[in-house]
Design a protein around this ligand. Structure first.
Ligand SMILES: Nc1nc2c(ncn2[C@@H]2O[C@H](COP(=O)(O)OP(=O)(O)OP(=O)(O)O)[C@@H](O)[C@H]2O)c(=O)[nH]1
Length: 502
């Protein structure tokens, strides 16, 4: 890599941006440091701090060191991670090369704010990955749990304040803080290790909420003169669960809160009446018994609303699937219908025009004397014959061929990557199998035959012309006595399909 000094000399021979020149070397230095420690992103951050405070101290480094450092980077100048970076080392060179080019043209250090944001983005992304993992669902669960934990940490700070102002004993505050931190750490460890995925609710909402409620009841019991303030936290904890708790769990959490708080209040009224006077505690209990069930019932209502929405979403997606099937399939045989077949044919036509490959043939098939089957055995038997014919034809054709019900007792087959002589072999295979198959199980003597018109598609012609040609061939097959295939070629078959460039 050729590394150019960034600052161009001015007419009087002075460098235009001497500090930026040092900064440029600093980028290189820090990337070289990154090379050593294996973390280019951290090194970028180091550089930015150094660029701000010590630009003149950043020494020169060789282009080789810079290139080596860049090669370690999996993030390009725009902060985009290379596809698969961190998974396969071989995916890294692309942004590394880009970084090296950006360095050589001096792009980086001419945009210090951009470098700063890049450094911060890289750092926060890496930090986020370490803290929360990379699975999006797990990240959401862990970040929710940590949001709740941040409220706990504020409580720990408040307890410190209560101790300093003499409202709380240090020992009790330390015990409660330890319990809170342990609670936070245990849930974080369970979620971060992925242990939670083994449970029906991997977010572990109910257990986390129950644990939090227990800790808060403990706080209520040991915070003496300031215990009233802890009640607010009960509501906060329940609010955390309001969006993803099931109705039953919400009621369970509400009931548990009233019970445990009732127990704690009764215990404290007896053991520490000076801080927990009966008349005040009765008011506290009434508050808990009124507010907590209200929140729980709101959570339960939201939960059933979510369940209804989910059910509606599922119904809609089933309906959408059904609509898609109805729009593309024939209801009786399950084959593609005429409208969809026309789309399929158009796609094949375009592919052939574009690539010059995948020539195809079309065959129009018609069950012989089908009216007679209907008239003799009834419409139901006629339907069974149509279904059976479709099944047999599908089983005999190649996977790449497409069979559609064209209308009534007529079927259209698209025979891919083939000439008429090969396609005809396929149709004869079908004729053969049909003669040996009972389409209606309890009427083995009913062995309908079919007539077919087969033709090759010519690249230069519209689709309907080709279909019309197959139809005329079918007409001739009928006229010639049925149970046969008439093959017809396009008027002027071009030796090679026309290839459309671009
Ligand atoms: N059972 C049933 N019959 C159908 C369906 N669609 C069309 N038909 C019948 O298919 C018959 C087609 O008869 P025709 O067009 O006279 O032809 P054919 O009797 O097969 O005689 P050839 O084609 O000349 O061999 C008619 O009786 C239609 O009512 C269907 O979905 N189910």
């Amino acid at each position: 890599m050729h590394v150019k000094p960034h600052a161009e000399g001015t007419q009087d021979g002075q460098a235009q941006h001497p500090v930026q020149h040092d900064g440029w070397q600093g980028v290189a230095l820090c990337l070289a440091v990154g090379d050593g420690v294996g973390s280019v992103h951290g090194a970028r951050l180091v550089f930015f701090v150094m660029w701000i405070i010590l630009p003149e101290r950043l020494g020169p480094v060789t282009p080789v060191q810079v290139a080596g450092a860049c090669a370690h980077s999996s993030i390009d100048l725009n902060g985009e991670r290379a596809p698969g970076a961190g998974v396969k080392p071989c995916n890294r060179p692309q942004p590394a090369v880009q970084n090296a080019e950006n360095l050589s043209t001096g792009v980086w250090w001419t945009h210090p704010p951009r470098l700063a944001s890049l450094a911060m983005t890289s750092f926060t992304r890496r930090f986020g990955d370490v803290l929360l993992g990379t699975d999006p669902k797990q990240r959401l669960r862990i970040s929710r749990s940590l949001t709740a934990a941040s409220v706990y940490l504020i409580c720990v700070a408040l307890m410190g304040y209560a101790c300093l102002t003499g409202f709380m004993a240090w020992r009790e505050a330390a015990e409660l803080s330890a319990a809170i931190l342990l609670n936070v750490m245990i849930w974080y460890a369970i979620l971060r290790s992925g242990l939670n995925k083994r449970f029906a609710d991997p977010a572990l909402t109910l257990p986390q909420i129950m644990a939090a409620l227990t800790v808060i009841s403990g706080a209520y019991a040991i915070t003496g003169p300031v215990h009233g303030s802890t009640m607010m936290l009960l509501a906060l904890v329940l609010v955390f669960g309001i969006f993803n708790m099931r109705a039953r769990d919400a009621r369970l959490a509400g009931g548990y809160t009233v019970l445990i708080m009732g127990g704690v209040i009764a215990w404290k009224v007896r053991s520490e009446p000076e801080y927990y006077p009966l008349r005040l505690e009765v008011a506290h209990f009434v508050l808990v018994a009124a507010i907590v069930p209200t929140i729980s019932s709101l959570a339960a209502q939201l939960s059933s609303l979510r369940a209804k929405l989910q059910a509606q979403k599922e119904e809609l997606s089933v309906a959408l699937q059904r609509i898609q099937i109805l729009a593309t399939r024939d209801e009786l045989t399950g084959l593609y219908n005429r409208r969809h077949m026309l789309e399929v044919l158009t796609q094949h036509q375009k592919r052939l025009e574009r690539t010059g490959h995948h020539r195809f043939c079309l065959a129009l098939l018609d069950i012989d004397h089908f009216k007679r089957i209907n008239d003799t055995h009834g419409h139901g038997v006629g339907d069974e014959v149509l279904r059976g014919f479709a099944q047999v034809a599908e089983s005999v054709l190649r996977e790449t061929d497409v069979l559609a019900r064209w209308g009534g007792e007529e079927f259209l087959v698209l025979l891919n990557d083939t000439q008429t002589n090969q396609a005809n072999i396929g149709l004869e295979r079908l004729r053969d199998l049909l003669a040996r198959t009972a389409l209606v199980p309890n009427m083995p003597e009913l062995k309908p035959t079919f007539s077919a018109g087969l033709t090759a598609y010519d690249t230069s012609e519209p689709l309907h012309v080709c279909i019309e040609r197959a139809d005329q061939a079918l007409y001739r097959a009928k006229a010639a006595g049925r149970n046969r295939t008439e093959v017809t070629q396009p008027p002027e078959t071009s030796p090679q399909p026309r290839k459309v460039m671009g």
